[in-house]
Design a protein around this ligand. Structure first.
Ligand SMILES: [Mg+2]
Ligand SMILES: [Zn+2]
Length: 184
């Protein structure tokens, strides 16, 4: 069974790169010099890609809508991540709650758009994130869900399918998931 109809959707901050934690809550890097890829991430992505998964980063970056971050800085960070990691694409929601867009997680728009454009099967795909919004977006999209749990001082997610301490810890579990093999 070819697996190229499957994706691993990856939250960015706290999954791919280190989030800055203040008062128990995570924040994105403000400058490209602060962008630190987490240990084990390159190897984990390489194993998932070798198994045929598309690797798609889906990230909320509301500081753009809030006026505290420039889109160009985020784009430069993503160009760097695309250059050094085996990622297929990075999809960004630059909005805040007041925009009522369909792409800000916990809404599943980023995942659904990627799936419809690439003919992916969401039921055979996995969402990996570190906050409740990621887990909820994955659940609403019909994906399996993996929480990278840092014990943040904020709303807990609904129970995910797997809890780990790093992306690398999730790879064996993702690779053994049964395939239904139904492209959309
Ligand atoms: Mg995150
Ligand atoms: Zn949005």
């Amino acid at each position: 069974m070819p697996q190229n109809h499957r994706a691993v959707f990856l939250d960015r901050d706290g999954v791919i790169n280190r989030a800055t934690v203040r008062d128990g809550r995570p924040y994105p890097p403000e400058h490209i010099a602060e962008l630190e890829i987490l240990p084990g991430v390159p190897g984990a992505l390489a194993r998932l890609r070798a198994a045929g998964f598309r690797l798609i980063v889906v990230t909320n970056q509301p500081d753009v809508a809030r006026g505290t971050q420039r889109r160009e800085v985020i784009d430069a960070m993503h160009a760097h991540l695309m250059a050094v990691l085996p990622l297929d694409e990075i999809r960004v929601c630059p909005h805040d709650d007041a925009d009522q867009c369909g792409c800000r997680k916990p809404r599943p728009g980023l995942l659904e758009d990627a799936a419809s454009e690439a003919g992916l099967c969401l039921a055979d795909s996995v969402m990996v994130g570190d906050r409740w919004r990621d887990i909820e977006a994955g659940r609403l999209a019909g994906c399996r869900t993996v929480l990278v749990d840092y014990g943040y001082a904020e709303q807990a997610p609904a129970p995910p399918d797997l809890v780990v301490r790093s992306l690398a810890e999730a790879v064996d579990w993702i690779l053994q998931l049964p395939v239904t093999g139904h492209p959309r």
